[in-house]
Design a binder for this molecule. Sequence first.
Ligand code: ATP
Ligand code: MG
Length: 464
Amino acid sequence: MNLPEASNHSVQAIAKSLVPRIIPRAEHGISRKNISNGALRVLYRLHEAGFQAFLVGGAVRDLLLGGRPKDFDVATNATPEQTRTLFRNCRLIGRRFRLAHVVFGREIVEVATFRGIGEEGDGDRHVVDGRILRDNVYGGIEEDAIRRDFTINALYYDIADFSVRDYVGGIVDLQQRTLRLIGDPEQRYREDPVRMLRAARLSAKLDFAISAEAEAPIRTLAPLLANVAPARLFDESLKLFLSGHGLESLRCLHSLDLLGQICPATARALEGPNRERFGRLLGHSFMSTDERVQNDRPVTPAFLFSALLWEPVRSEAERLLGEGYEFANAWSVAVERILHQQATRIAIPKRFAMAMEEIWLLQPRFELRQRKRVMRLLAHPRFRAAYDFLVLRSHEEPELCEQVQWWTQAQGMNAHDLSESLAVPSPVRSDDAPATKRKRPRRRKRKSGSAAGGAETATQIPGE
Ligand code: ATP
Ligand code: MG
């Protein structure tokens, strides 16, 4: 279904006239066995208290696709306050969207009241330049359905009779493996530019095509992402990159010209002189992160962001060296600059940014083999992450294989033997490596006309 661009009043009228397609229990594959205990308890309790209660969103979509949802969202006509009175283990959160969280041990079930369609000024809605900044106008299920993003995310599983309700053609799109925005795509992206990132993410995660209408405005409207709060973009980037489909998400973002909006330096480096090597490094790091996520092994955003911004940092350091910066300064200034630029788009929390800084600044120190330096580096709290990063780089830079071998051996030796074997000084580079605990670097004036040269052709991330 494609709603025309319309005033809120006519959208309201459309919502009222929507007739759901109801798929009875016998005709769909959702079994209560596959719904979490917490979600079932919430659904039943709301229902017993006389409210409507539906499982909605990604959980219904994933269950219909035969997958295992990672979280369960509930939609109801109970207000957040009414929901709170039904559950002891419930807290109300959010200002932009007020929600109830019902907590069962490690599981949190999110309960949202049907969102309505009202004019600016109705109830608690705040819209600026077409962007919805706060939305606490409540309505019926039909209005709630057309406020959602994609048709496949607007399917409702009714706990009253175990049927699935489809108001916007989500079932057909699910069968056709298509992501179709509800309503006018341009208007929906303007309301919330993050929907463009969601299109890329869900297309990558589900291996669905983005409908031509939903894809068409993305390249033009991508710059609207500059208006989204960097903290929200950090959350979104974790979902994009650390949910087990990071590599495919990255490819999708790149091909829709969205990567430049959230990681501008990365997108530029993927068009720069080292684009092939960098593309392979990203391919490698994202693939291994995806594997770890899929095997339930821990992953850290610091490592992945270190990879995403590695070529920008490295080439900036090189450029500064060319300008006459002293070695250690060139690296620390480069790191500082790239992190600062990135922070204007994605607010990477301090603890991760600090880890990234250390991972990067330890890289040149792997070249130094004096006894004291080696022992100090091995004892560094970030040694392991930095070493893993060196291993990652060595896949793309074969000249680093000797270093990897050396440091692998060094780790396997006991401290005494290692120290003895390093007693004879080995040839080292004369410049000093950057210290990770930096004094404020002395800045030099930038020479004009020394910006890194970009190449015309865009890189392929492997497999693109
Ligand atoms: P995932 O399985 O990765 O969690 P999801 O679709 O469930 O995907 P959530 O962020 O959990 O994503 O959102 C839950 C539901 O809320 C969506 O399915 C969709 O119906 C609705 N939704 C989320 N974000 C938006 C948005 N920006 N605009 C409109 N509806 C949204
Ligand atoms: Mg979800």
